[in-house]
Every structure is written in structure tokens, then in C-alpha cells.
Design a protein around this ligand. Sequence first.
Ligand SMILES: Cc1cc2nc3c(=O)[nH]c(=O)nc-3n(C[C@H](O)[C@H](O)[C@H](O)COP(=O)(O)O)c2cc1C
Length: 273
Amino acid sequence: MGTRIFYWTGTGNSLWVARRIGDELGGASLFPVAKSKGKNQSVDSEVVGLVFPVYIWGVPAPVIRFVNTLNGLQPEYIFAIAVNGGQVSNTLIQLKKVMASSGLSLSAGFEIRMPSNYIPWGGPGPREKQRELFTLAGEKISRIAAGIREKVPMAVEKGPLWQRIIFTALYNLSFSRVPAMDKKFWVDDRCNACKICLRVCPASNITLREGKPLWNHQCEQCFACLQWCPRQAIQYGKRTPKYERYHHPEVILKDMLKSGDLLRKDVEPMRRP
Ligand SMILES: Cc1cc2nc3c(=O)[nH]c(=O)nc-3n(C[C@H](O)[C@H](O)[C@H](O)COP(=O)(O)O)c2cc1C
């Protein structure tokens, strides 16, 4: 069974989930959404998967743009996994609609809870709790893989109705504001201009000015720049100096750089729809 799994990730949770599901299915190939650069994808795999984090209770903009590049694809089975910090809300219902408008039929959509990387609201939680989440995620991935192998169509997973009503309104309100939310990033005096933030940013949104990173308002809010800064010199708003940084313990910086072809210097920033 040929399986192609596309993933978007800021701190490696979704990459880890994509890898695990790929291993369970056997012989799956993984491809980073950040590397697609808006080009139409021609995929001849029987099974196509999409693994991505939930952002502001919905589908991240680069994932929406990416789905549009799959227009006309007709694999036998399409599955999605929305990796989240505990509130998947309406994300997979939204994705199903986005796919339908590109002529794609989502066969099954699952949510998987992992440590939260939304650092403005706090750190990822105690290590023991993180390990517990990884174990539960691994168990769920095995169950999901069994259904995918049999190509079982399933209703998408969703949060409670109150969440879907209130949080979808918040998603819609904030969606167009996300690119400029990078105004809150700043660097403290530990920054030594190592440029890792530039290289790890999947939106190519960061440049250096006078030896300091400058965010150019094409942000996707993935927090890769802040979370992967080796000196913890990047901050967001007032509270992040006191919060612990996070990335998935089995994902390393090199995996992230590969994810976006980010060793290239000439990539254009990705545009929102
Ligand atoms: C901007 C932003 C918004 C987020 N919004 C949500 C959310 O609405 N619900 C939720 O459960 N988790 C939310 N999270 C947490 C992430 O979905 C979660 O930590 C995910 O595992 C990160 O995946 P990654 O490591 O592949 O980037 C958010 C994270 C970020 C950075």
C-alpha cells in the first residue's frame, strides 16, 4: 500500500506523529508542507495523510493553502490527524469542508493530544505529564493505523458544541490577523545572531537587521523561532521569559531544517490565501 503523509510542524509534535503513523503503516513516505512552496502536488499513492497542529481552534493557513494544491487528487483514502494541546474544537470539520471545496473527500479525521507549544499561555507542563501524553498518543496511533490499513471511512473527531461555536468565531476573527501577530516577538541580549531562527522559520518570515532578527509580518505563529532558539533569547510579549521552551524530545533541529528545505537562502515567504 503506497502511503504519502504530508505534515506541518513548528515544534516537532506533528512530525513525530507523522513518523509514528508512517512506521505503523509501513513504507510510507513523508513530505513537509513547508517544502511544497505552493506547487501543485501530483501524488499517485493509494493513501494520503495530512498531519498538522491545531492553531487557534482551527486549521493553520499554510495547511489550507496546501490542500488547495492537492486539487483533483483521487487517492482511495485520505486521512488527517489534528495534533493539539487538548482542544481540537472544529478543526477537522473545517478541514473536511476545505477539502470538499478542492474536490477531495476526507475519509477519516483524528485528533491527538500532545504537550502544548503555545508559549504565551505557559510552558509544556511537567515532563511526567508529557511522557504520559506521548504514551497515550502512541497507543492511539496504533489504533488509527489499524483503521487506515483497512481503509475504513470514519466520521471526523470533534470537540463539544460550545467549543465549536465560540472558538470557531474566535478563529474567524483572528485568521487574517495572524501574519502580523509577530509584532510581539523581541530578542533579549543573549541573541548572538546565529540565524537558527531564520533557518527554522517555515514561512521564511525572518531576516537579520543590524545583527538582530526582524519578523516581516508573514508569520504563521508556529513559534519555531522562539522554541528552537538555542539561547532562549527570543521572547513573545511579556511572559515568555519565565516559561520553559519546548520541542518534541525525539525531533532534532536538523529534522526541522530538512522539513522546510530551509538551508536555501532564496526562498520566498509563503503568502496567505
Ligand atoms: C498559534 C498556536 C495556536 C494553538 N491553538 C491551539 C488550539 O486552539 N487548541 C489546541 O488544542 N492546541 C493549540 N495549540 C497547541 C498546538 O496545537 C500543539 O502544541 C501541537 O502539538 C503543536 O504541534 P507541532 O509541535 O507539530 O507544531 C496552538 C499552538 C500554537 C502555536
